[in-house]
Design a protein around this ligand. Sequence first.
Ligand SMILES: Nc1ncnc2c1ncn2[C@@H]1O[C@H](COP(=O)(O)OP(=O)(O)OP(=O)(O)O)[C@@H](O)[C@H]1O
Ligand SMILES: [Mg+2]
Length: 276
Amino acid sequence: MKLIHSGKVRDVYEDRGDIVLVASDRVSVYDAILPTPIPDKGKVLTQLSLWWFEQLKDIVPNHIISATDVPAEFEGRAVRCRALKMVQVECIARGYLAGLGLKEYERDQAVSGIPLPAGLLEGSRLPEPIFTPTTKAELGAHDEFITFADVVAQEGEDVADNLRQITLDVYRKGAEIARERGVVIADTKLEFGWDAEGVLTLGDEVLTSDSSRFWPLDEWEPGRPQFAFDKQFVRDWAAGTGWDKKGPAPEVPQEVVDVTRARYIEAYERITGKDW
Ligand SMILES: Nc1ncnc2c1ncn2[C@@H]1O[C@H](COP(=O)(O)OP(=O)(O)OP(=O)(O)O)[C@@H](O)[C@H]1O
Ligand SMILES: [Mg+2]
């Protein structure tokens, strides 16, 4: 296979005209990659994404061809996909206020040009989920919020309408399923593309904790930073080492690796209702 792109945690190959997405066990915290992998993380997130694609297939077609027709060394953590022409918009849905959405709100009382009520706190649930697209920035650059009108200008009105509608439908369905199982999906990022027949298709990964914010419902409490379901333990550990969050991240001790691995598996088991 031909490596065509290497992201922070995944590698993208081209093979027989298809795309093969390979998830590694790498973990990023504070935008840095930890030197210590978390065993099985790539498999857990790949299997979770596959489960979601299946749940969502009535809402939108997806790019998955096969979860098994991949090189043996990547088994379980790779998917063969149809090569899409990617839409150059990161389609984000937010149901709660966090991250860059919170920053925009604190400055403008709006996110992506969508006005929000006063008095919301960090972690507050929004009156209804909103579509807050960003640019798809080149490597190293940061994605910037754009308004729905910007998406219309770039993609045309019909496509923009579809992107917004499908993104919100996927988020609503995913968030509802997860909430019943004790996991808040605060926000999520989707990527769409055009297939060979010109059909708008859901690509990339979907509703994993690398593309979304997952919070334990029983600990959710607006007015403070929320706990990330799987990554919080390793994140807090990293912050507690005195690491400046800029230079190379410190090696992770075995007990922190073990707890973090268990958290990834717990998120998978809670959401899918299946044993890992
Ligand atoms: N079916 C597909 N066809 C073509 N490209 C795809 C398909 N699905 C996903 N992609 C692209 O594959 C790439 C996956 O890369 P990846 O997410 O690992 O890295 P990244 O987005 O560059 O960086 P980051 O590590 O910040 O996520 C993205 O550019 C995504 O748009
Ligand atoms: Mg990406």
